[in-house]
Design a protein around this ligand. Structure first.
Ligand SMILES: CC(C)(COP(=O)(O)OP(=O)(O)OC[C@H]1O[C@@H](n2cnc3c(N)ncnc32)[C@H](O)[C@@H]1OP(=O)(O)O)[C@@H](O)C(=O)NCCC(=O)NCCS
Length: 174
């Protein structure tokens, strides 16, 4: 039985923005790996809501994962990018003190089920910064494979590249 509950976070609720910011700040190891600094920008949560990829199809959704009242993770998902039939999992992040306790696995299962309920979406794509490649076994376990695409990546002191992975979705079981 899943311990995780999913909720939609909204930029119109100041408390959601504050909770998202606190959530992002709770995973310093991730920020160190991808930016070389242990804390995200002060407006990282607002930016997460505001930053949208280009294109006509996309809509962005930010979710929180709770156990009881405690927020233990977040995910951002763009529906319809880079094409109408794809979704991008921009970030799945579990509070650092809760990592490696299968909450990421549970949160992914919940988010995949939700994405599968979007009828036009046939695959999920994501990018991993090579400096953060320790998470690759997790994504392989969730059923993702490398596409072979790579892009240069630079943030702060980190010069790296991203590794693109994708998962073709099986139809939702009814
Ligand atoms: C990646 C992340 C979401 C995984 O969530 P998690 O709760 O730590 O992972 P889980 O405990 O659910 O792991 C499930 C399985 O994935 C594999 N796995 C997870 N993290 C791993 C790691 N760092 N190294 C090797 N295998 C790993 C293991 O097989 C694990 O099963 P096991 O513990 O029984 O061996 C989490 O570590 C996280 O938030 N990291 C920081 C943000 C981030 O990097 N997000 C991904 C950006 S692409």
């Amino acid at each position: 039985m899943t311990r995780i509950r999913i909720e939609i976070l909204s930029v119109t609720h100041a408390s959601d923005v504050a909770r998202l910011q606190e959530m992002l700040e709770s995973a310093p190891g991730y920020w160190m790996a991808i930016t070389g600094k242990a804390t995200p920008e002060k407006d990282a949560a607002l930016n997460a809501f505001d930053t949208q990829p280009p294109g006509p199809f996309r809509s962005k959704h930010i979710f929180g994962f709770r156990i009881g009242e405690k927020m233990v993770g977040m995910a951002d998902v763009v529906r319809g990018y880079p094409d109408e039939t794809s979704a991008i999992l921009g970030l799945l992040l579990i509070r650092e003190s809760y990592q490696r306790s299968h909450f990421g696995n549970e949160a992914y299962v919940v988010i995949e089920k939700l994405i599968k309920s979007w009828p036009e979406i046939k695959k999920i794509r994501l990018s991993i910064v090579e400096n953060n490649a320790t998470v690759m076994p997790f994504w392989k376990k969730m059923g993702f494979t490398e596409t072979g695409e790579q892009k240069a990546y630079q943030s702060g002191a980190i010069h790296s590249h991203t590794i693109v992975m994708e998962k073709v979705l099986a139809p939702l079981e009814t």
